[in-house]
Ligand binder design. Structure first.
Ligand SMILES: [Zn+2]
Length: 79
């Protein structure tokens, strides 16, 4: 059982690096269309061009795979 846990942790670290890469990426603003949307805090996204702020995920700023990674990280923190 402990060996399985170690393996699970390695998978989590792979997912975590993917999440960090996602955080650095810019996204297209649904309002002005410019690639100026960046994550400004945990679940808040802001467009640096028009100043619009969004909650993460509300405008497809988080991909389905990104949501899975976030959920897995949440489980990891509970341990
Ligand atoms: Zn904008």
């Amino acid at each position: 059982m402990s060996g399985k846990d170690v393996r699970y942790g390695a998978e989590i670290r792979k997912q975590a690096s993917k999440v960090l890469a996602t955080k650095r990426a810019s996204y297209a603003c649904p309002k002005c269309g410019k690639l100026s949307v960046r994550r400004s805090s945990n679940s808040l996204w802001a467009c640096r061009s028009c100043g619009t702020k969004f909650a993460g995920g509300a405008y497809s700023l988080s991909t389905p795979s990104g949501e899975v990674s976030t959920r897995m990280l949440g489980e990891y923190k509970k341990r």
